[in-house]
Design a protein around this ligand. Structure first.
Ligand code: NDP
Length: 272
């Protein structure tokens, strides 16, 4: 019998997760079925309970339910606890296990797929929402030379700095305070690209040989990536690789099988 999974979100129609997991399952000969489930905005816990009763064995969780999934899980992996958010659930006979694979997805994409070494690099994260929170600890674990968080509402950046200080040297600031600083890697973890906006990053922040990374995917050259190229960034990447790598880590969490990600990234790019 097939093991049944789904991605739960609202909205969820746009999600590429069913396609990604179908490709992983085909490639690794795993017998799974993977659906999309739209939960009511006030009905996430009831939806999960229903899916468990129907025999589902795991789920991915996307916007806006990652914090609720964190609260609902009976046990958490270390990385989910540190992120304060859950994007992967495993339903077992003893309860719900929660994991967060966004951070490892980003780090794997940058290090392995883009062949960009993080150790000793000056890293800037734009944004202080759920996506930023999920990637800070895995980035700090790569021992960067510097990690700075800049956010429009600066208090949110300072709150993240405080939370993650135990894991490494992390600074927080307003965008205007970045003037005169240079970074080897700038990650756009804001949702500005969703509305074709550019975070208010000052001129001159991209160091020679720098990488500009936009977590957004499927929108071509976002205003951030276009700005980065004009500012002299050597390379640009969107978040498609992160999406596939976080899915691969979730697949491993459930199935204990590592799928190859390169063919899946290539297949998704070919469809774009
Ligand atoms: P949140 O809503 O939690 O946070 C949004 C962040 O963006 C906040 O820091 C907000 O600042 C900032 N922001 C929004 N608009 C602007 C703007 N015009 N200028 C400057 N800052 C702005 O969203 P998430 O953290 O969940 O998601 C962020 C992005 O990451 C999304 O585009 C999402 O698609 C992407 N993502 C990609 C993944 C992948 O696998 N590739 C995985 C997860 C997320 P403020 O605090 O001041 O409001």
């Amino acid at each position: 019998m097939s093991a049944h999974y789904a991605v739960i979100g609202n909205p969820v129609l746009h999600s590429k997760s069913p396609l990604i997991h179908a490709l992983f399952a085909q490639e690794t000969a795993q017998n799974i079925v993977y659906d999309r489930v739209e939960a009511a905005l006030d009905g996430f816990a009831a939806c999960v309970q229903q899916l468990q009763q129907n025999g589902m064995v795991g789920a991915n969780v996307t916007v806006p339910f990652k914090a609720q999934a964190f609260a609902l899980a009976d046990t958490l992996t270390d990385r989910a606890r540190q992120a304060g958010a859950v994007n992967t659930l495993k339903f077992t006979s003893v309860g719900i296990e929660g994991d967060n694979t966004d951070g490892i997805g980003l780090v794997t994409d940058i290090r392995q797929n883009l062949d960009f070494e993080l150790t000793q690099k000056r890293i800037l994260i734009l944004g202080a929402g759920g996506a930023a929170r999920g990637v800070i600890q895995p980035l700090l674990a790569s021992q960067p030379g510097m990690l700075v968080i800049a956010n429009r509402s600066e208090q949110r950046a300072y709150a993240l700095k405080q939370q993650f200080q135990p894991y490494g040297i992390v600074e927080a600031c307003r965008y205007s305070q970045l003037a005169g600083m240079q970074f080897d890697l700038i990650i756009n973890a804001t949702s500005a690209s969703l509305s074709d906006q550019l975070p208010p990053l000052p001129q001159g922040c991209f160091a020679p040989n720098s990488l500009a990374y936009d977590m957004m995917y499927g929108k071509g050259d976002t205003p951030f990536l276009s700005f980065a190229l004009r500012q002299g960034a050597a390379r640009c990447a969107d978040g498609l690789g992160m999406l596939v790598e976080q899915a691969a880590a979730a697949f491993y969490f459930w199935r204990r099988v590592h799928p190859a990600t390169a063919p899946v990234i290539a297949a998704l790019r070919a469809m774009a």
